[in-house]
Design a protein around this ligand. Sequence first.
Ligand code: AMP
Length: 418
Amino acid sequence: MAKLTVNDIDVSGKRVFVRVDYNVPMAEQDGQMVLNDDTRIRATIPTLDLLISKGAKIILTAHLGRPKGQREPSMSLRPVAIKLADIICRPVAFVDDCLGEKVENVVGGMKDGDVVLLENVRYYAEEEANDPAFAEKLAKVAEVYVNDAFGAAHRAHASTEGVAGIVAARGGQCAAGLLMERELKFLGDELDNPERPFVVILGGAKVSDKIKVIDKLLEKADTLLIGGAMAYTFKLANGFKIGKSLVEPDKTDMALAALKKAEERGVKFLLPTDNIVATPVETGELNKKGRPVIKLENHRVNSEANIPDAEEGVDIGPETAKTFAAEIAGAKTILWNGPMGIFEDPRFADGTFVVAEAVAEVTRSKGAKSIIGGGDSVKALNNAGLGDQVTFMSTGGGASLEFLEGKTLPGVAALSDK
Ligand code: AMP
């Protein structure tokens, strides 16, 4: 990797401003906000352990939710400080602001190896605006900058980019944390020169979200397996009926262009040959957002090329799942992003779980490298209890996709070169 990492820098006795991704799911319980999942906190522990062992003074900064520049109490990071202290078995001082006198006072009293977590940086609208004066205030306590928040690296915000620029301008070092380093290694270096066959599995809701990733990966992959609702846009583009399936009719030209590129480059491009279909039925009820609640009834396997008008595709069918699993079984490198169906509903989760099992199996038994590109595929693997049986699961959703598209992430670009 061309960027400095925490392994390369001297942090002993220094104030290290560490941007982490602690945007964890929270829910209210008996009037208090509690954490539902601490995966993102645990993902930063290797970096924190290293910094603690090197005697750094660690100042953690993060965002939670979208408070839009307001002090929204339900989006306070205080519960995260308590959880983090629990995990690392040492005190974590929490400061209920991310800049100003309070922060300076607490930081002024820090000893080597101490850890402080600052309040939600998005309580200030200037964070997302990457306001230079605000970044200057944040950077006041920083001698060294570390970014371990891969999930936020696609945003040019004050804490992900602005502060790094200021620290660098003062002659300070800006380094990637160990999590960031791993993300860049697996989503970047490993996929630049993959061991072949390189099989890419893409699913999820929309072609438009992933078309740039498809385009980029068509230049590297040997095989592309397409599932999820995005398959219906390809199906429509190929002239088939898709019933009431989720589809983007205005994106069929993109789908055709991808198919053409695959043919030109000799990439095997597999679409589902059968589907699980169900009949959407209006219930007359509205959900919390005021949208009609639709029930999916009478699900069945549809082996025809066309989906009948009254039904919608909700998962890949068993024949497709078998074909995809066989392709996966022969892979040396795998990249997977997006579920094969509406996996949140157990009736439509089989396709996703067959793929998850196949990915885990080829990793276990044949040492294939399996890289999971974040988001719902990570959830699906964890639901299946297979999260620890793949090579790498990205912690970034949007950031992973943008990185896979080949975009430069501002939070990465801001780090010092080696
Ligand atoms: P994405 O964020 O693009 O990876 O999309 C994930 C979402 O796609 C999940 O919430 C799935 O329920 C949804 N999804 C996958 N397949 C289908 C389908 N056939 N119809 C509707 N939604 C789907």
